[in-house]
Design a protein around this ligand. Structure first.
Ligand code: UT7
Length: 331
């Protein structure tokens, strides 16, 4: 039998930098309740959302993803040509094929980079981060650009009382590269396809073409809430255990920004100490799915609430149902 040469990677990987980009249109709850039987008070009490960002004229999924990516590349002190793989996590790209990632790689100036899209909804950034870490450690890539970008406003039915006030747009990006110490803990991830019907697209492309209806997101909010506050709580605790840490070792907690009440329940379950800084970007940004975790990390870092070198617990969860989380060292 012929012996094949194996690729040799870095012993460890870490996040070298984070970037983010937000659309410029700010919509408050008063705007949303024009279309649904609801109120600013209800939305704030039940979710924590005060306003959200939606695409303005001239802004696109692509423009947000590129802006976040450029910031991450620059902050890593790299050129685009130093980055050899691009993983884009999104459910908002309206082309079955080709994927958007190769186009982004070309526009960024990456040269002959591996590039592909990942569909893992609100767990998408943490899914892609796990893959990036594995690619760097396996030697399949040296620097990986991970992007979570969504324009869920384009998949929102303004008249759906169960979702209209939740979803939003944005992009976050990270560069993952080699490291002498470990900066990305073991991923805890999985799926439960028996609950595929808990978050759905109202029409697939074929039926949309047949009857002309634009597909929107639908959600059984109560079912997802129940799963997020029970199963996801235990999965989040496992992320800490797998990294060999206890709650006292944590500095920052960055859960997917789905609902402040879900975050509160996770905090109670994990018994995190008071000193832990908790991401609450949902208040001003709504739920921007795969973009929510990197945007929240960037917001905490740029506002000075979190600092480089601190230990952060990430968890993403959503349509599929799918989830992924890991502990990371902040760049
Ligand atoms: O990002 C992917 C993962 N997604 C999530 O994690 C989302 C998880 N789910 C949620 O965040 C929550 O379920 C929602 C925010 C979507 C809904 O909040 P809820 O507290 O679960 O509402 P509910 O469906 O249990 O309804 C409670 C009450 C009902 O009234 P009664 O029967 O108690 O009189 C609803 O009719 O609130 C009413 N309600 C509303 N009231 C005002 C439901 N939707 C609305 C609304 N405005 N938009």
């Amino acid at each position: 039998m012929t012996t094949l040469k194996a690729s040799v990677g870095s012993p460890y990987a870490r996040i070298l930098s984070i970037g983010s980009a937000l659309p410029s249109r700010v919509l408050d709850n008063e705007y949303m309740v024009q279309f649904i039987d609801s109120s600013d008070e209800w939305i704030q009490q039940r979710t924590g959302i005060r306003e959200r960002r939606w695409l303005a004229e001239g802004e696109t999924l692509e423009s947000l993803a590129l802006a976040a990516a450029r910031q991450a590349i620059e902050r890593a002190g790299l050129q685009a040509s130093d980055v050899d793989a691009l993983l884009l996590s999104t459910v908002s790209h309206f082309h079955q094929t080709p994927a958007l990632a190769p186009k982004l790689a070309d526009e960024l100036g990456m040269v002959d980079a591996a590039a592909y899209d990942i569909s893992a909804a609100c767990a998408g950034f943490c899914y892609a981060l796990a893959q990036a870490e594995a690619l760097v450690r396996a030697g399949s890539a040296r620097h990986v650009l991970v992007i979570g970008a969504e324009t869920l406003s384009q998949l929102t039915d303004l008249h759906d009382r169960g979702t209209a006030f939740i979803f939003a747009d944005g992009a976050g990006a990270a560069i993952v590269g080699p490291s002498e110490t470990n900066g990305i803990g073991p991923v805890v991830w999985g799926s439960d396809g028996s609950q595929a019907g808990a978050i759905w697209q109202t029409a697939d492309w074929q039926s949309a073409v047949a009857d002309g209806s634009w597909p929107a997101l639908g959600m059984d909010g109560r079912a997802v809430f129940k799963w997020a506050t029970s199963f996801i709580a235990t999965a989040t605790a496992r992320c800490l255990e797998e990294a060999g840490l206890t709650p006292d070792d944590l500095d920052v907690f960055v859960p997917h920004q789905a609902n402040n009440r879900i975050t509160d329940t996770l905090l109670r379950y994990l018994k995190l100490p008071e000193k832990v800084v908790v991401a609450r970007t949902i208040q001003g940004l709504g739920n921007n799915s795969a973009a929510s975790v990197p945007i929240a990390m960037d917001s905490l870092l740029t506002s000075g609430q979190a600092k480089s070198g601190q230990t952060a617990l990430l968890i993403g969860f959503g349509a599929g149902l799918v989830y992924a989380g890991q502990v990371v060292t902040l760049p």
